[in-house]
Write a protein that binds this ligand. Sequence first.
Ligand code: SF4
Length: 98
Amino acid sequence: MNLRRLEFTLTTKCNSQCLHCQAEASPLRSEVMEVEDACNYLEEVAYVAKLESFMVFGGEPMLYPDKTIAIFQKANDLKIPEIENVDEWRLGQKHGKC
Ligand code: SF4
């Protein structure tokens, strides 16, 4: 499979509620992927594709730091070279207030 990058929307919960949000995230939403499901998806994809990078975003992944770190650990165990997290703070620094 010619897939080199995988991105997860971990959650739709966020401290902000931006009009342009691809996940329609907001403080009122609460959907979050289970770690076991995320790890299984990651493992399945890594089995059929040589992933070069993996990213978790949302929503705000760091509202669930234990889940985010566990998923990153799995990506690290699978030896994916580039592992990224995009969070609200980082977007705000880059693009100004949402
Ligand atoms: S900060 Fe990012 S994740 Fe949160 S609502 Fe805005 S665009 Fe969506």
